[in-house]
Design a protein around this ligand. Structure first.
Ligand SMILES: Cc1cc2nc3c(=O)[nH]c(=O)nc-3n(C[C@H](O)[C@H](O)[C@H](O)COP(=O)(O)OP(=O)(O)OC[C@H]3O[C@@H](n4cnc5c(N)ncnc54)[C@H](O)[C@@H]3O)c2cc1C
Length: 248
């Protein structure tokens, strides 16, 4: 058992995505469809930027991206899977035993301490100790059900924590990714999903800048923070952070 950190791998994406999106969009207006599949790369990229500017977003949905995300908590993936316009495959806690599960420790516990009967102890140590205790209880409860695999794992897992490490495949189309970034790069989203979203954006931006230039938390597109009194108060910092991508 050990603490782990997120890794995000872009596994596949639609090849020649600019040309694909341009073909789909131009079909909408094409009296003559001959050559509709033969789009030139550089003019397709410019055309896709224009589509986005005009808000003609549905052709952008034809470009899809698949990520493999590991080293993340179940707390994070519970937030991730709320995004419904995506496809998911997640490692099962029924088919896979979790006797020695890894876990995610929120970095916010660094430097904090917990008061116990034995005095103050570092919060990170206390967290790790808690994981060990849960794993022990999981094993005992699994044994009580006969340690039969799927049929005992499925009930023993009820004691597993939100911190439990998990792995997930996610496929989103480019339009949904833009929406996902708006929600999950916002400072109001939690640190772990923000970290994952940031890694996803870095990788898709490299592959499809015509679509992902200007992607970021929703305040970037809106030109202001819409969160009212819930604002993080860091709009200028967000603009600074995403400005390079926005203006390139
Ligand atoms: C900071 C933050 C705090 C949150 N807190 C909570 C919380 O306390 N409790 C909670 O339950 N959730 C919470 N959420 C989750 C949030 O409510 C959404 O479920 C999640 O962000 C997915 O967003 P979505 O529905 O816009 O996106 P998606 O499911 O990705 O959908 C994309 C878009 O498609 C359209 N769409 C999808 N499905 C439908 C539908 N059935 N009908 C109509 N239009 C649809 C909508 O326009 C939607 O925006 C929080 C999210 C954030 C970012």
């Amino acid at each position: 058992m050990e603490s782990v950190q997120a890794t995000v791998t872009l596994v596949r994406h639609s090849p020649q995505a600019d040309e694909l999106i341009a073909s789909a969009a131009k079909l909408c207006y094409a009296e003559n469809t001959e050559g509709i599949l033969a789009q030139d790369k550089s003019s397709a990229g410019k055309f896709v930027k224009l589509l986005k500017k005009l808000g003609h977003m549905s052709p952008i949905e034809h470009a899809v991206f698949t990520f493999y995300i590991e080293g993340v908590s179940r707390a994070m993936t519970h937030q991730l899977v709320r995004h419904r316009l995506a496809s998911y495959s997640q490692r099962s806690q029924r088919y896979v035993g979790h006797d020695e599960f890894d876990y995610v420790v929120p970095p916010q516990f660094d430097g904090k301490s917990v008061r116990t009967d034995d005095g103050q102890i570092p919060a990170g140590d206390y967290f790790r100790e808690t994981m060990e205790i849960i794993a022990q209880r999981y094993r005992k409860l699994n044994e009580s059900l006969g340690a039969t695999g799927e049929s005992s794992n499925e009930d023993a897992r009820y004691v597993l924590p939100n911190a439990c490490e998990t792995k997930i495949f996610v496929t989103m189309n480019a339009r949904e990714l833009l929406h996902f970034f708006e929600e999950r790069l916002c400072r109001r989203a939690q640190w772990e999903i923000r970290f994952v979203a940031e890694k996803m954006l870095e990788q898709v931006w490299d592959e499809l800048p015509s679509v992902f230039t200007g992607a970021g938390p929703k305040c970037i597109r809106m030109g202001r923070c819409p969160e009212g009194k819930m604002t993080c108060g860091r709009y200028a910092e967000m603009v600074e952070k995403y400005a390079e991508r926005k203006n390139s």
